[in-house]
Design a protein around this ligand. Structure first.
Ligand code: ADP
Ligand code: TPW
Length: 607
């Protein structure tokens, strides 16, 4: 007999096997009774793998699944929906995975991505690896084919040793073979995703598991409600004292907030630490809004200056990776002498990863910041006025210069004129969530669009990965119900563009603005060979991305001026209708690779 089944065949089999008759005994719907095959004996209530997975997730307050159906998980999606979970079905697993990751970042609950075996699993894997890299908690759950056939490599339908492949790309990976172990499997996945440094977890569920049945009461008893999944980790008092002593002695202190600080949801204490110490701070891109970007102590508009000049830097949930030039070199004016770093992080092995850390403070950000705050009293001396004054001076100069650039209304639009419109809209709607990807579109938006509230900005993160746009936007809308503004380079948008159908299907309040400059980076590259092909970075000229949204019933607008963009964006945010604005941008604007030209071997050489 062939082991390949169509979806229809599979669900017919399941329909026969799983005839729901009555609901669970008690109010929390933990079990579902199935009609057992009986020979006159009293009917015992049974449950099955499908329902145990759903019940285990629900028991742990996980109410949403992002995924894409197919064998062997189609019925799982149907049953999850029937059992009251929100099931958001995507057009490609990578975007479902990205949605799960963003949901994890926003809620501190692991986002769930559900995929089919081999190809679906692999499509979800990029998102799982990206989530792990960014320290976002998510669980990729993939159906898989039969162990016996996979392990003997006998060519099963979508055969793949998924667990082995996932393992090096995530924080932890588990497989459940028996229905009675589902509770433990889900509990271990949740704990692994949330505890310590958050990250991605893979959970392998072979097809056979779903149809396994067991006694309903035993099944219910086998489920685990995870208690305290992200235990606080209190920093050692001597580590706190060391950090405070160093900070006290600083002449030019600086606080650097990273997305770990945004994730930690210790917003009030972080703000209090900044304000009580009076220390200037810099937010990394996804930490923007932890304090409003317009805050007097923000040194964002004097970034280069403070990174070079600071003598003691307090890192809160930020790694000294490439995004911070590894804590050395010209960016940090290394030739003027080494800085001293205090680093708050939950992962002890992060310390000294790039440069020596004088005062590590290991623990969760909430506890560490609270402990530091405990040492800041009324006698705390604020940083010298020479330091804060010098920063203010540079800030004012840069902001005035920027204001002039933003006020200009060139035709066609450039990045600045288009972004100034979005900047005003976000100021008017600080609760809106901004999703941002591209090269120039990313770099300019990060510095131009001020954020006012925590966790309102989602972007390409640690890898600088393209393709997070629509997945992140869908998650943001689903999880928060707030308006979402996705600021997308035209190349960046292309990675997940088909999900506009998903956005329309669920009628999500998402406004996508495609910065259309006809190509990757710019649209002006030429093919040096003289053949008919365009250059590798060039797209179809004057494409109308707005039509894509119209195809699925959303609102499409072609905006050629800042006024048109402003009108369309304001309407989109107010109406909450799925909208795509094709913002026509000068194709000569911007630079190759945006602001990271130094990492591009060709352009770095030319410089
Ligand atoms: P950014 O890119 O914004 O600089 P990173 O992703 O590089 O931020 O750094 C985030 C850091 O935050 C990681 O090293 C991670 O271990 C840490 N982190 C995440 N959550 C917490 C938490 N709750 N408490 C302490 N550290 C955390
Ligand atoms: C998964 C490489 C970095 S930025 C970018 C690419 C392809 C697109 C830039 O063009 P875009 O932006 O979006 O039109 P803009 O504002 O300059 O006009 N594949 C992946 N990730 C990355 N980072 C790349 C390729 C890349």
């Amino acid at each position: 007999m062939s082991s390949v089944r169509t979806d229809k065949e599979a669900s017919t089999t399941l329909d026969d096997a799983l005839k729901p008759t009555s609901r669970a005994v008690d109010g929390d719907a933990v079990v579902r009774a199935l009609k057992p095959v009986t020979d006159g004996a009293p009917e015992a209530e049974t449950t099955d793998g499908f329902h145990l997975v759903i019940d285990a997730l629900k028991l742990n307050d996980i109410d949403t699944i992002f995924g894409l159906p197919g064998i062997p998980i189609t019925d799982l999606t149907r049953m999850a929906q029937a059992e009251g979970m929100r099931v958001i079905s995507f057009r490609h697993e990578q975007h479902a995975g990205n949605a799960a990751a963003a949901a994890g970042f926003l809620t501190q609950k692991p986002g769930i991505c559900l995929t089919v075996s081999a190809p679906g699993f692999l499509n979800g894997l990029t998102a799982l690896a990206n989530a792990t890299t960014n320290c976002f908690p998510m669980i990729l759950i993939s159906g898989s084919s039969e162990r016996e056939i996979v392990d003997l490599q006998q060519g099963d339908y979508e055969e793949m040793d998924q667990l082995a492949i996932a393992k090096p790309l995530c924080k932890a990976a588990f497989r459940v073979l028996h229905a009675q172990d589902i509770g433990v499997g889900i509990a271990r996945a949740i704990r692994s995703a949330l505890s310590g440094r958050p990250g991605g977890v893979y959970l392998d569920l072979p097809a056979k598991l779903f149809a396994q049945t067991m006694d309903a009461a035993k099944g219910k008893a086998s489920l685990i409600k995870v208690v305290d999944p992200a235990p606080r980790q209190i920093p050692a008092p001597d580590a706190v004292k060391r950090a405070l002593d160093l900070l006290k002695g600083a002449k030019k202190p600086l606080i650097l907030l990273g997305k770990g600080a945004a994730y930690a949801q210790a917003d009030a204490d972080i703000r209090a630490l900044v304000e009580k110490t009076g220390i200037p701070y810099l937010p990394m891109s996804m930490a923007k809004g932890l304090l409003p970007d317009t805050h007097a102590q923000s040194a964002a508009a004097a970034r280069s200056y403070v990174l070079q000049e600071a003598d003691v830097v307090l890192l809160i949930g930020a790694r000294l990776n490439w995004l911070l030039s590894h804590g050395k070199g010209k960016t940090w004016a290394e030739d003027k002498g080494a800085k001293q770093f205090i680093q708050i992080d939950i992962a002890p092995t992060e310390i000294d990863s790039n440069v020596a850390i004088a005062a590590p403070v290991i623990g969760d950000i909430g506890s560490c910041v609270a402990a530091l705050l405990g040492g800041i009293d009324a006698k705390w001396a604020k940083p010298p006025a020479e330091w804060t004054g010098a920063i203010a001076e540079r800030k004012d100069k840069n902001l005035s210069k920027m204001a002039v650039t933003l006020a200009a209304r060139p035709s066609p639009m450039n990045f600045h004129s288009a972004l100034s419109v979005i900047r005003d809209q976000v100021k008017a709607r600080p609760d809106a969530i901004v999703v941002n990807e591209g090269a120039n579109t990313l770099d300019f938006a990060r510095s131009i669009v001020d954020m006012y509230e925590p966790r309102k900005r989602l972007d390409v993160g640690t890898w600088g990965i393209m393709g997070i746009g629509m997945g992140f936007a869908v998650a943001a809308a689903v999880v928060t119900d707030k308006p979402v503004i996705a600021i997308e380079g035209d190349s960046a948008f292309g990675f997940s563009g088909m999900e506009v159908e998903t956005i329309c299907r669920y009628n999500l309040p998402i406004c996508i603005i495609v910065f259309n400059n006809n190509g990757v980076y710019r649209g002006t590259d030429v093919n040096a060979s003289g053949t008919a092909d365009v250059a590798p970075t060039v797209f179809v000229k004057n494409a109308r991305y707005d039509k894509l949204m119209e195809a699925f019933g959303g609102v499409g607008v072609n905006a050629t001026t800042a006024d048109e963009l402003q009108k369309a964006l304001t309407e989109a945010v107010a109406s909450r209708r799925p909208t795509l604005i094709n913002a026509v941008i000068d194709e000569t604007a911007g630079t190759e690779s945006g602001r990271i030209t130094s990492l591009n071997p060709a352009t770095a050489k030319k410089k």
